[in-house]
Design a binder for this molecule. Structure first.
Ligand SMILES: Cc1cc2nc3c(=O)[nH]c(=O)nc-3n(C[C@H](O)[C@H](O)[C@H](O)COP(=O)(O)OP(=O)(O)OC[C@H]3O[C@@H](n4cnc5c(N)ncnc54)[C@H](O)[C@@H]3O)c2cc1C
Length: 411
């Protein structure tokens, strides 16, 4: 059986590492796994111990339901074991993020390449698939640089950046695509909206929210203020949850930050009221009623037009309300994406309903398979994106190993 894999990224190489019969892997770049080597800042956060099939919608804004079975069969424990079997020992960090113990993405890449080659796969570099078409019972792939070749099965592992001709050739074969938009990016904001917020200030827990018509989207986590706007897990998660909505408004919208997401506004108000009695003589600048970096508390007072050298006993109700408002619903405008083109993943891709996720085979063109980010699947940060690449690849390799091969060999 002749199998072609298009794309030697995470999903394509993991597929080959799990395929018993070997495949030809066509890669547009001069080497494999270029993106994988950059993941996790070069450390490769390759899965997350907290992934559980029942909570997937928390991590996968797109594709949670489809991935359930894949992740049930091939969860974080199985991923860790699979890499251990290839010689990569792992370690778990805060939030369940899992990295190679060596902190080297190159160890993960090296192990994958070794295993794929041991299993008989052959890499063809500088070879970009231009289009795919059906010729009788086979698929013909045309390459940008040299001719065409026919295969019994074609596995697409091209990541989020589908080239237009390749996508169009699949549309001709009956497939459809959700339009691509960026996901996982820092948010641009005019920092004059944050008086005196120092670039580099971070808050351990904050919630960003925005309304898009009747829909309110929010994301919680650590937040980092930078010279261009907002970054850190909360901003990245927000960009993922609101990827489509932000694209629709051209990355310009009103948003809010809650600096005390664990407390109700009434509770914040209660804490200030209590401070007025308990800390009557203390100056506002010397006591923040919630846990905040002191510089940020001074900025909140400034934004609320309340003098920071005022004693709590002199704080009037109107000023108190302004402070509560700015602590729990700090208004600001998002004005764009920071570092356009530097996004981590793509939202959109081949329509999920056109693929059977128990095999990763096309429901429209049996013999075509789709893995990883080329599908309309993406996740927040934390190792979930790579996990989707591994689990879809494993399901597909298992299917081809156990069922398709048997069937084709009997012919
Ligand atoms: C800087 C950065 C850091 C990241 N860090 C993490 C992290 O720590 N943890 C995590 O879970 N996720 C992380 N991600 C996301 C993760 O890397 C991707 O989700 C994952 O690589 C997707 O795997 P894939 O196989 O679907 O696609 P890719 O890894 O993108 O591979 C696709 C491959 O296909 C090739 N290709 C495309 N078109 C063609 C064609 N027509 N012909 C031939 N070859 C083609 C490409 O050149 C590429 O090599 C990060 C992403 C970036 C950009």
């Amino acid at each position: 059986m002749k199998i072609a894999v298009i794309g030697a990224g995470a999903s394509g190489v993991f597929f080959a590492a799990n395929l018993n019969c070997g495949a030809r892997i066509f890669e547009a770049n001069a080497s494999a796994l270029k993106k994988l080597l950059l993941t996790g800042g070069g450390r490769c956060n390759f899965t997350n111990a907290k992934i559980s099939p029942g909570r997937l919608s928390e991590y996968y804004p797109r594709g949670a339901n489809n991935l359930r079975k894949c992740i049930f069969d091939f969860g974080p424990k199985e991923v860790v074991e699979a890499f251990e079997d290839m010689g990569v020992v792992s370690k778990e960090e805060a939030d369940g993020r899992i990295f190679p113990a060596s902190d080297k993405a190159s160890d993960v890449a090296g192990a994958l390449m070794r295993r794929a080659r041991e299993r008989g796969s052959i890499f063809v570099f500088n070879s970009s698939a231009r289009s795919v078409g059906r010729v009788e019972n086979e698929f013909e792939i045309s390459f940008s640089n040299a001719g065409a070749e026919r295969f019994d099965a074609v596995v697409f592992a091209v990541g989020g950046a589908w080239t237009a001709p390749l996508r169009d050739s699949l549309i001709k074969l009956g497939h459809s695509f959700e339009p691509p938009v960026p996901s996982l990016f820092a948010l641009k904001a005019d920092m004059r909206q944050f008086p005196d917020f120092k670039s580099g200030t971070s808050v351990p827990k904050a919630k960003i929210s925005a309304k898009f018509g009747a829909k309110k989207l929010c994301a919680e986590g650590a937040l980092l203020f930078a010279h261009f706007g907002l970054s850190g897990p909360a901003a990245l998660k927000f960009s993922s949850l609101a990827a489509r909505e932000l694209a629709a408004c051209n990355y310009n919208c009103a948003a809010h930050i809650n600096f005390a997401p664990q407390l109700a506004a009434a509770e914040v108000e209660g804490r200030i009221a209590a401070a007025r009695t308990v800390h009557a003589k203390r100056l506002l600048k010397n006591f923040c009623p919630i846990e905040l970096p002191s510089g940020l508390w001074l900025s909140i007072l400034k934004k609320s037009s309340v003098p920071d050298d005022m004693a709590y006993s002199s704080l009037d109700k109107i000023s108190e309300r302004k402070i509560v408002q700015n602590l729990t619903e700090f208004a600001f405008d998002i004005t764009g994406r920071a570092f356009e083109g530097g996004e981590f993943v793509t939202c959109g891709g081949l329509c999920r309903r056109e693929v059977d996720f128990s095999t990763m085979q096309s429901r429209i063109q049996p013999g075509l398979f789709f893995l990883g980010e080329c599908l309309d699947i993406d996740a927040i940060t934390g190792g979930f994106n790579l996990h989707a690449a591994w689990s879809t690849a494993k399901v597909c390799a298992n299917h081809i190993n156990k069922k398709l091969l048997e069937k084709f060999l009997k012919k």
